[in-house]
Write a protein of this length. Structure first.
Length: 636
């Protein structure tokens, strides 16, 4: 008797037809429960495809170690199938499972004590119209129910539609921008959306077995109520959204927002990339010239840490459609610029991260927040590489949240200084520096962060929250990852910056006392100016009529500088349709892009880095590229 025989016997008492995989693939009408004792992902795909094209209803029951998994129901028109549910379940377990391997075989024996329960669960699903999966843990004697949806599409049951010009026009074209989008206030700008409370976000995004957010963690020892929402990527390393706020409900909401953004901006989840061509074939009327994006230094081509290949106009690349808000027409950008981890194995000519991605209650709001992030990174990197002196901003006396954060930093031994980094973008940008006041070898010497927003108070809060969180968390990271701040590892990076390969390296090497002089261009003892005097128009701000008009106003201002703003729609369909949340990547050719890994730095060909500091009166003359202080930046 096979391991599955008792289960088949129990099912047969309730259900007329109980089949194995081979029998199910011969069934052309009717319903059956399909028991899989040993199976592969290829079998899961075969069963799913078979059910989509025949008038059958199949309920798969399969084992995976101590688990017995029941569902989802397979039938024509089903949204969610056995193939995508298993890919999602196995990817959620983490990188230790070869979830994408066609050679993966799975099996498991249902406990005799639970075969009747499994039979009841399978029977109940036959009449269900939803994509529901039951998971029975035979070792623990527990079971759970999961409503599953193929987030990001499924090659079998929900293939992504092709990307095209109509996608970008529908999101950002004239008709899309015509409807006013009321802003929630000058310091938030968020449009009202009753679907995005914590409960609504959890319902759509969170499931511990299937994701796309599979874990929500609270960190009580952080400076703020810190919440992490980890997203299913099927990797060894964890990544997702992070929220900081004065209470955990608010921070969880922010974390889930950011997780949804990370999910959509990693790789295509709304439309399938179909355009592959060299730039020489497309030309400037159809595509953004990669040279305008800033290319890596050719001296690093071929370096083991380099993520790119040398660019030539004849190199074939993948492209996705965006909308030039400046020229009011479609244009295409390289797929690996729009998404931060698209098309593994395809050539990349630049390193790109999630910088410039925004999530919003409309496409316009998403683009506006993405543009704020571009402005923040541009202002920060311009100050860092050109070493431009900046005016010091007084800590706002009436802002209790900022005062609390500054006090927490002081308790940890750090002094916080704020600097106005606003440049020709004219979007308020603030750099926050936390300097240790003790002996230079007793703790990390300095942390740096930045914030940018339409309202300077929001920019200040963002920068201070980021830098103080890093200060407080450093104590825990020292304890949990002592190698991260190990001087023996970091000191060689001062002379050999190509050893800086990760975000953590960027932060850690600049905490060394030997790196303190890199911040000498910022005077923490310089005269302070109240923020109202630096940005007088924001001290009593006029109401923002709507998000779209503010976006267009900012785009027009940048056009006067010769800068084009391109918005690429990245929205994932379930997140957009059920939550009303849109994702966009904003690309501003000529702005300074945030990169990690020193050999991936993109400063060559970006003349703004050389010209704007002089134009703003922060340097005495236009610089040359070989005069810049191209140390690895400390941005977290």
């Amino acid at each position: 008797m096979t391991a599955a025989a008792p289960l088949r016997q129990a099912l047969a008492e309730e259900i007329p037809t109980v089949l194995d995989a081979a029998g199910a693939l011969r069934l052309t009408e009717g319903s059956a429960v399909v028991v899989l004792d040993t199976w592969t992902l290829g079998v899961a795909e075969e069963l799913s495809r078979h059910a989509l094209v025949h008038p059958v209803t199949l309920v798969p029951v399969r084992g995976d170690g101590a688990l017995t998994v029941v569902g989802p129901v397979l039938r024509p028109g089903a949204r969610g199938c056995l193939s995508c549910s298993e890919y999602r379940r196995l990817a959620t377990i983490g990188g230790r499972v070869p979830w994408h391997s066609p050679g993966l075989r799975l099996e498991g024996r249902p406990s005799p004590a639970f075969v009747d329960a499994v039979a009841v669960l399978a029977t109940s699903l036959q009449e269900s119209g939803e994509a529901v999966v039951h998971v029975v843990h035979n070792g623990r004697g527990t079971w759970s129910t999961h409503r599953f949806e193929p987030v990001g599409g499924c090659a079998v049951c929900l293939p992504l539609p092709p990307d095209g010009t109509e996608v970008a026009e529908a999101a950002f074209g004239p008709d899309a921008r015509r409807a006013p989008r009321p802003a929630g206030g000058p310091e938030s700008l968020r449009e009202p959306n009753p679907r995005t409370g914590v409960a609504g976000l959890r319902e759509v995004l969170f499931d511990e077995r299937f994701g796309p957010v599979h874990q929500i963690l609270r960190t009580e020892e952080s400076v703020h109520s810190l919440t992490s929402a980890y997203v299913t990527y099927g990797r060894h390393t964890r990544d997702g959204g992070y929220g900081r706020s004065i209470d955990f409900e608010s921070s969880e909401r922010v974390a889930l927002f950011e997780a949804a953004e990370r999910l959509a901006s990693m790789s295509p989840t709304g439309h399938r990339t179909v355009l592959r061509a060299p730039y020489a074939e497309l030309g400037p009327e159809r595509a953004v010239d990669p040279v305008r994006l800033g290319l890596p230094d050719p001296v690093h081509h071929g370096h083991p840490a380099s993520a790119t290949v040398p660019y030539t106009p004849d190199l074939e690349l993948d492209w996705v459609h965006g909308w030039s808000l400046t020229r009011d027409r479609t244009t295409v950008v390289p797929e690996h610029v729009a998404y931060w981890d698209a098309s593994p194995g395809r050539p990349r000519v630049v390193y790109e991260c999630s910088s410039g991605c925004g999530l919003g209650n409309s496409a316009a709001e998403a683009a506006l927040y993405g543009l704020f992030e571009v402005a923040e990174r541009d202002a920060f990197l311009m100050a860092w590489y050109a070493r431009t002196p900046l005016h010091r901003v007084a800590v706002p006396a009436g802002d209790l949240e900022v005062a609390h954060l500054v006090d927490r930093a002081a308790l940890a031994g750090y002094r916080v200084a704020l600097f106005d980094a606003t440049n020709d973008f004219q979007v308020p940008a603030v750099i926050a520096v936390a300097l240790h006041r003790g002996e230079p070898t007793t703790a990390p010497g300095a942390f740096v962060a930045a914030g940018s927003h339409h309202h300077p108070r929001a920019a200040i809060r963002s920068a201070v929250a980021e830098v103080v969180t890093n200060v407080v968390n450093a104590v825990h990271r020292h304890r949990a990852e002592p190698e991260m701040f190990d001087r023996r590892r970091l000191l060689p990076m001062l002379e050999r910056p190509e050893l800086v390969t990760t975000l953590a390296d960027h932060v850690a090497v600049n905490t060394l006392p030997e790196a303190r002089s890199r911040l000498d261009f910022l005077d923490p003892d310089g005269p302070e100016t109240e923020w109202q005097d630096i940005w007088p128009e924001a001290s009593e701000p006029a109401p923002v009529p709507d998000v779209t008009s503010l976006l267009e106003e900012t785009v027009n201002r940048l056009a006067g500088l010769g800068l084009e703003v391109v918005a690429v729609p990245l929205s994932e369909s379930a997140v957009r349709d059920r939550l009303g949340l849109h994702t966009a990547k904003v690309v501003v050719p000529g702005s300074l892009p945030m990169t990690f890994g020193h050999v991936n730095r993109r400063t060559i060909g970006l003349d703004r880095l050389l010209e704007v500091p002089f134009r703003l009166g922060r340097t005495q003359r236009r610089a040359r590229h070989d005069e810049l202080a191209l140390h690895p930046h400390p941005f977290p």
